[in-house]
Design a binder for this molecule. Structure first.
Ligand SMILES: Nc1nc2c(ncn2[C@@H]2O[C@H](COP(=O)(O)OP(=O)(O)OP(=O)(O)O)[C@@H](O)[C@H]2O)c(=O)[nH]1
Ligand SMILES: [Mg+2]
Ligand SMILES: [Zn+2]
Length: 330
């Protein structure tokens, strides 16, 4: 049986954040606020009274993510400067060409939405596994649009097999149809998401916004209002935004083209997410074995005798090559 470390997630840090509910005692002019939307250069933040501020940072204070707790200094009509960013309990990055940029912080979980159409990417799955492992955030997979596969048990079985293989069966995976079975979807997800802050991730068209609108009916109106104001069109999400529902439900919608950035990881970090390969690799004859053509390679042997997953091996080699490429640029 493979290492189950993917599942060992830190639970101690869960629970409500209360910092933003109090006025900043040290400096009477400062307000505590929560970053609820990111437009790249500027951000929206919500204060304890629920007022929304357009906030800007200078220098390092420009590096904020949705979910950050910040102190703001009002500068005018609902505009404010970011004065301080509170320590984060976790942070995930998105990638932008060769750089990783801050994406979302202080998360209780990530929900990755996959579907058969448009076809899901195992690469995004591999990245998400690695990023969640590194940030110590629990991951759940939702395979959406099962209605499309009605009567095609063979494809559904193949999908289940592939997802199980890549996740080593250690990531809770649910098969749903948001549009055709909304009640079942809601009954499944409400208990999982209540009183939690969850980043919803997935390629464009997987159904992220549809799901958020099912769980938080006001979300659509709010999103459309902002999209119209920015002339960005209605159906595709163009920025990262947090939506608030009943019972402490917080869902972060994000544009589908975002991939998790992993350029900040070291090779050891990557191996932590592929601990099955790391553990087997420790048995290779050469300490620096690349698991390609070396003799007495325990990884190659494991792939041949079926104890290791070829799909995971390929993902690992791809991400490793990418890290090496990124590191050679600095
Ligand atoms: N057949 C089927 N279609 C669905 C289901 N869920 C969502 N869709 C459709 O998939 C399309 C894309 O849904 P969105 O919610 O906009 O997808 P998204 O993931 O937010 O996409 P981006 O904002 O571009 O990242 C819409 O036309 C939805 O109606 C489902 O369960 N079954
Ligand atoms: Mg969307
Ligand atoms: Zn080897």
């Amino acid at each position: 049986m493979a290492d189950s470390s993917l599942h060992k997630v830190r639970l101690a840090s869960k629970g409500k954040q209360t910092a933003q509910h109090a006025k900043n005692v040290g400096s009477p002019d400062l307000l505590n606020a929560l970053v609820v939307a990111s437009y790249g250069r500027h951000f929206l933040a919500r204060d304890a009274e629920g007022e929304i501020w357009q906030v800007y940072g200078k220098g390092k204070r420009r590096d904020v993510a949705v979910g950050d707790e910040i102190s703001i200094l009002p500068s005018g009509d609902k505009q404010a400067w970011i004065e301080e960013i509170q320590t984060r309990r976790n942070l995930v990055y998105r990638s932008d060409a060769l750089k990783s940029k801050m994406f979302a912080a202080n998360l209780d979980g990530v929900l990755l939405i996959l579907a058969i159409s448009p076809p899901y990417s195992t690469e995004l799955l591999g990245r998400t596994l690695t990023a969640c492992k590194h940030a110590d955030v629990p991951l759940t997979i939702l395979f959406n649009k099962v209605d499309i596969l009605e009567g095609d048990q063979e494809t559904l079985d193949a999908v289940e097999q592939e997802l199980f293989e890549i996740t080593l069966g250690e990531v809770p995976t649910h098969y749903i149809s948001v549009t055709e079975h909304p009640q079942e979807t809601e009954a499944l997800l409400r208990p999982l998401l209540t009183d939690k802050r969850t980043l919803i991730l997935g390629q464009s068209g997987m159904g992220k916004s549809t799901l958020i609108n099912l769980l938080i009916p006001d979300a659509l109106a709010a999103t459309n209002e902002i999209s119209m104001a920015l002339n960005a069109g209605k159906h595709t999400t163009t920025h990262t935004q947090m939506h608030f529902g009943d019972a402490g439900l917080e869902l972060i919608d994000s544009p589908g083209f975002q991939a998790f950035g992993l350029h900040h990881l070291t090779e050891a970090d990557l191996l932590n997410a592929f601990s099955d390969l790391r553990d087997e690799g420790n048995k290779c004859r050469f300490a620096n074995c690349q698991h390609k053509r070396e003799p007495d390679c325990a990884v190659k042997n494991g792939l041949e005798d079926g104890t290791l997953s070829p799909a995971r091996y390929e993902l690992y080699q791809m991400l490793k090559a990418e890290l090496e490429e990124a590191q050679s640029q600095y």
